[in-house]
Design a protein around this ligand. Sequence first.
Ligand SMILES: N[C@@H](CCC(=O)N[C@@H](CS)C(=O)NCC(=O)O)C(=O)O
Length: 330
Amino acid sequence: MGVMIDGEWREQGGFPADHGHFVRPQSGFRNWVTPDGAAGPSGIGGYAAAPGRYHLYISLACPWAHRTLIVRALKRLNDVISMAVVDPFMGARGWAFHGPDGSIARGSTADEINRAEYLYEIYARARSGYTGRVTVPVLWDKATGTIVNNESSEIIRMLNTAFDQWGDASVDLYPADLRAAIDRINAVVYDNVNNGVYRCGFATTQAAYDEAFDALFATLDDLEARLAHHRYLLGDRITEADWRLFTTLVRFDAVYCGHFKCNLRRIADYPNLWNYTRELYQWPGVAATVDLAQIKRHYYASHAHINPTRIVPRGPAIDFTAPHDRARLR
Ligand SMILES: N[C@@H](CCC(=O)N[C@@H](CS)C(=O)NCC(=O)O)C(=O)O
């Protein structure tokens, strides 16, 4: 684990914490790709959508990167935006394009674009003197040789609209009439579920863990009740809010339940959440984005402060392909 300070990689243990509470730092690159290169919501423009111009650096293990991978697939942009996949093991030099023994893991790739060995080299190339964490996902611009954006919630919004000339314009995961409702549920799901599992797992005091744990399971109970009446979080239309929740749910029983001590219940114990997770997994194009072997390898092997033996458990047995009952709902 480490961080960049003034453009240099520094090894350091653990993640930032405030009185035992895990604090996720802000992402440092916030520019936007738009259809014509006009300024996006951050006010900075110059990045025009074009096929083959942009490149995603992702980890198959990471739930934030997973969002971008799913939206890229759903919008049929796999041939429009290229991609590199880091090794699941995050060691002393952070994300790398090869495993500790030099080999490339199944599902991972080398960095064909920048020929980097480590992801921090990409950050250094984008901004000399960069200070901050080196995270996935990264949206890279091949034309200007820089990082456009490293905030997944913004990257998925760009993928949803900017590339419609080449992708599937009929898929809209952030429809205008649902935006306020999507923003509201995203905020709750982000704090208590997406980031909530990390707040449990990376807490360094009992009180911080207890607080995150209670908020997580209270929210899962609320979502379970909501999904009794709605097929998707906002009703009968699937939106980005569902995909943002899905990337945590699909990792939950295999990783967060044990490794992050989120163990009041498994997702498999919630009838609606479990059927919903299977429906989303079975959505065309999505199963190919889920790699449980990489997910387990990343968390159990990389977080030595939580799992010092780095042993990856072989279970649990999970069948995301079993039939679901969601078609009865609208
Ligand atoms: N806010 C970022 C968070 C991304 C993030 O934290 N990614 C993790 C992987 S799951 C990472 O790369 N962590 C490395 C680090 O913090 O050093 C986003 O949603 O894009």
